[in-house]
Design a protein around this ligand. Structure first.
Ligand SMILES: NC(=O)c1ccc[n+]([C@@H]2O[C@H](COP(=O)([O-])OP(=O)(O)OC[C@H]3O[C@@H](n4cnc5c(N)ncnc54)[C@H](O)[C@@H]3O)[C@@H](O)[C@H]2O)c1
Length: 440
């Protein structure tokens, strides 16, 4: 499960397939956004691969290329989109339903969006209780897995693609923990044959992706590729995987603020986070078992950053609560409130209030793009297993079982950039000597 570089990345494919498991608000906003950027109708703001630079060598060297010019990656024009959903239709309709982007903007791309039609999904209502789709594959777990594999092969053949990546953008599944059928690849294969209901749809997609030599990222809190059996498969197939749960709004703020409290040795007594959102994601998360999956990924962050066991007087009594409230009038325009009770010198209390009026899918779309391009880069660099250098993008970064995840956004960014430097044979930036903290 190592993520070592075995070689300098091979050149990027001229065309890269991006397969989306779930083409709802996030998926459709991502695809439409890339098409808009290609047509000069908008800029891919929020995307490191498209806009960020990376400093190389000493600050006096003046070398600061764009990441996309430094590390070989497919240009936006070369991206080809496909995927699955349980509501059929096409991506123009998906954009219309999601109601994230301006009608005028999507009307200007109608032909391109209509040409992308999600394939019927592998679905089980026991895992997503609030949805009842209309385009659902039928069959046993084994038959569904084979049907998804066939879909991937057909997509590649129809578009003349050699390389694809898969990103899970589908509804959050109910909370499950890995059990015996997920413990080894052999048990998982036997479970497919026995139609074991403990294998969730998102695991079927992850399995199909890996079997078809396709790197896999999990944008949701569902267990998916975090099951030991699927990590074993990734290792066997020498493919990169990463997850879980895109870090977009409230948790993004949390992983910026919490390291600041810790850096300044300010105490935190309580952190109450609540959200209102009214999109389909909000509706699914309104169901307690799905919320439990999300709660786990949202709650894990503070303990790892603040390390209460090392600082019991500062963080030992921290009360952390996260709520998500489904409130239809808001649609995708989520509001995330945080009330943070902190204390300083001699224990004097203070409060901070954060009210983030965000747009969920607008924040998530550039993450999907970056992950697709970085995962393909990782594949070409011979990296396999969990890609911890991509922790930057996750609420709950997957890690090897022996280490804890890194949550601090700026350490994550340093790690990401140093991995790119390492991959491309450049010196790492350690901030020693006269080097200040300067990610350029
Ligand atoms: N938007 C964000 O900021 C953000 C951040 C972190 C995580 N996420 C996660 O990303 C996922 C997508 O969010 P969204 O806002 O696009 O939700 P959405 O409900 O608009 O889209 C999810 C889509 O997945 C489809 N789907 C469900 N089960 C499926 C299956 N088995 N196969 C194929 N398709 C399936 C649904 O029909 C729906 O169209 C959610 O799990 C959400 O929790 C979103």
């Amino acid at each position: 499960m190592a993520e070592t570089t075995s070689r300098v990345p091979a050149p990027a494919p001229a065309r890269l397939g991006i397969l989306l498991q779930g083409m709802g608000a996030v998926g459709s906003t991502f695809v439409a956004g890339v098409i808009a950027a290609r047509k000069g109708l908008g800029e891919p703001f929020g995307s490191l691969t498209q806009l960020a630079h990376i400093r190389l060598g000493k600050r006096t060297d003046g070398r600061n290329p764009l990441i996309r010019e430094f590390a070989p990656m497919t240009a936006l024009d070369g991206l080809v989109f496909g995927g699955w959903d349980i509501f059929g239709g096409d991506l123009y309709e998906a954009c219309d339903t999601a109601d994230v982007l301006d009608k005028r903007l999507i009307d200007g791309m109608e032909a391109e969006l209509r040409a992308i039609k999600p394939m019927p999904g592998a679905f089980d209502v026991n895992y997503v209780k609030r949805l009842n789709g209309t385009a659902i594959k039928q069959g046993t777990r084994r038959e569904l897995a084979e049907a998804l594999r066939q879909d991937i092969r057909d997509f590649k053949a129809a578009n003349g693609l050699d390389a694809c990546v898969m990103i899970n953008c589908s509804s959050t599944e109910v909370y499950v923990e890995a059990g015996p059928v997920h413990a080894t690849l052999a048990a998982f294969e036997a479970g497919l044959d026995a139609d074991d209901q403990a294998i969730s749809p998102s695991m079927l997609y992850a399995y199909a992706a890996l079997m078809e030599d396709t790197p896999y990222a999990n944008g949701t809190p569902s267990l998916a590729a975090d099951a030991p059996a699927l990590l074993e498969l990734a290792d066997k197939k020498a493919l990169p995987v990463c997850g879980k749960d895109f870090k977009t709004g409230q948790t993004l703020m949390k992983t910026v603020l919490a390291p600041m409290f810790k850096a300044r040795m300010l105490g935190v007594r309580g952190w109450f986070s609540t959200n209102i959102l009214g999109n389909r994601d909000g509706e699914v998360l309104d169901e307690p078992e799905a919320f439990k999956s999300k709660e786990k990924t949202k709650l894990g962050v503070l303990d790892t950053i603040l390390q209460p066991e090392q600082h019991p007087s500062l963080y030992g009594d921290l009360y952390h609560k996260v709520r998500i409230n489904y409130y239809p009038p808001r649609g995708d325009a989520k509001e995330g409130w945080d009330n943070i009770d902190i204390f300083g010198w001699l224990g004097y209390p203070m409060q901070i209030k954060v009210d983030f009026l965000c747009r969920d899918s607008i924040l998530a779309a550039p993450i999907v793009l970056d992950l697709a391009l970085f995962l393909d880069l990782a594949r070409r660099a011979g990296r396999k297993g969990i890609q911890e250098w991509l922790s930057f993008y996750w609420k709950s970064p997957m890690t090897a079982p022996t280490v804890y995840p890194e949550h601090d956004l700026f350490i994550q960014l340093t790690k990401l950039k140093n991995n790119l430097r390492h991959m491309m044979g450049e010196e790492l930036i350690t901030h020693l000597g006269t080097e200040y903290y300067d990610e350029g």
